[in-house]
Design a protein around this ligand. Sequence first.
Ligand SMILES: Cc1cc2nc3c(=O)[nH]c(=O)nc-3n(C[C@H](O)[C@H](O)[C@H](O)COP(=O)(O)O)c2cc1C
Length: 222
Amino acid sequence: MNVADAVKERFSVRAYLDKPLSKDTIYKLLDIVRLAPSGHNTQPWEVAVVMGQTKKRLTEKLTEAVKSRVERKYDYTYGSKDVPDFIKARRNACNVKVFEHKKIDPKVDKDKLQEHILENFRFFDAPAALILMRDKRLGEEAFVDIGIFAQTLMLTALEFGLATCPQTSVAAYAPIIHEQLNIPDEKMIVMTLSLGYPDMDSYINKLRMDRERVEDFTVFYE
Ligand SMILES: Cc1cc2nc3c(=O)[nH]c(=O)nc-3n(C[C@H](O)[C@H](O)[C@H](O)COP(=O)(O)O)c2cc1C
């Protein structure tokens, strides 16, 4: 698969086949992803690969926390009180599109909404959850490196017939992830990625999101 095709074909996959994913395959994937660039070649990414019984236990704890409305706590500042309107509009359009596709009226269908939220914490039943971390002592610039690493991972995964869903929702329960996986305090849980073989026949995986045109975000200085 060429790179342009990979970029065009990738999408956030939210249903996976019940097909085992081996540690060896994930290792081979990461052995390519580690070539991602980073500022001063610092390679600040750290990855926890969570599978099997550990993933089951983590999912149970996260689900329990969501259901009992445990306060969300990221390891970093998430969101802003000052989000500009054009971004709010895109965020809103994203939510509307997802809820329309899933036929959920979030104001009325409270049970469906809860289930929609909880799918994240089961990692959409993917066989593996990858937790991407960085050291808390680094500056904000390390987020750039983690983002590049994440996209490199998502694109390379396609080469293995694998699919991903990037998630920051799960990172909202950072204390539980630290506790369950024994992750030291100085590590920052940035995001997670569900990883597995996509169920391309599932209804949710028919969803495709829109994008702005080049003209809408680019200025050429000539
Ligand atoms: C940093 C980041 C965090 C995201 N968090 C979530 C999440 O918690 N749950 C989810 O279902 N999708 C999540 N997404 C997926 C986005 O909704 C998705 O990338 C966007 O709507 C574009 O759709 P596409 O990835 O299918 O092209 C996240 C994506 C990114 C890049």
